[in-house]
Write a protein that binds this ligand. Structure first.
Ligand code: CA
Length: 222
């Protein structure tokens, strides 16, 4: 997931960049929002973290500009503001930002807010079924078919497999698994391993297509 950070103060920009990269995000950092539409078009992020007070164009002006462009009308935006008064909150939300964070921010809270927003705004897959190789997932019916035969999975296994197949070929990090499939950031690695082992067993002939990427996570290989 890619986050665009717009922040004029270099030290804060660096802190945000490092923090978000540590949390597994890709980061594009900008010093200002003067050319925001061009910057967005060149490298479309999943979410924008926008400072309120910026040189050239204020955060508010940047939001207006972004929102006025059809392509970015629904792009998730979190505003980082030094103002904590109720009025300012209301103004920010009225403007069409999805959330705001007041400085000084707590790194973990900021990361959690970003993830929560990403989850909330994610567009659900249009089709209700997804087929990869010999596996078909029916999201609506919560069923998994292997060569046309139903495989009985627990809800957690179903969610893990869904995430793996949605991004098959690329690595699903443990972090994302915790967040998306398990719904709990405090689940231990050991617990994830147990779910994974069970899932591999149930998918027997395809079990080894779920690869462990050491130190990172898992991947469903094509
Ligand atoms: Ca600023």
């Amino acid at each position: 997931m890619k986050v665009m950070v717009v922040e004029d103060e270099q030290d804060i920009r660096e802190i945000l960049k490092n923090l978000l990269e540590d949390e597994g995000f890709q980061v594009v950092a900008l010093e200002n929002g003067i050319n925001i539409l061009e910057d967005l078009s060149r490298d479309v992020p999943d979410l924008v973290l926008l400072d309120h007070i910026l040189p050239g164009k204020t955060g508010v002006e940047v939001v207006r500009e972004v929102r006025s462009h059809e392509k970015f009308a629904r792009l998730p935006i979190i505003m980082v503001t030094g103002l904590s008064g109720e009025d300012d909150k209301v103004t920010a939300l009225d403007l069409g930002v999805d959330d705001y964070v007041t400085k000084p921010f707590y790194p973990k809270e900021l990361a959690a807010r970003i993830k929560a927003l990403a989850r909330r705004t994610e567009i659900e897959p249009k089709q209700n079924r997804l087929t990869r190789d010999r596996l078909t997932i029916d999201f609506a019916a919560h069923r998994v078919l292997l060569d046309g035969h139903e495989v009985q999975l627990t809800l957690t296994e179903f969610k893990i497999l869904s995430e793996l197949l949605k991004q098959s070929g690329t690595v699903l990090t443990r972090e994302r698994l915790r967040e998306r499939a398990l719904g709990n950031l405090n689940v231990t690695d050991r617990t994830i391993d147990v779910h994974m082992a069970s899932l591999r067993k149930k998918l027997a002939p395809l079990g080894n297509q779920i690869e462990t990427v050491r130190g990172v996570g898992y991947r469903f290989a094509h």
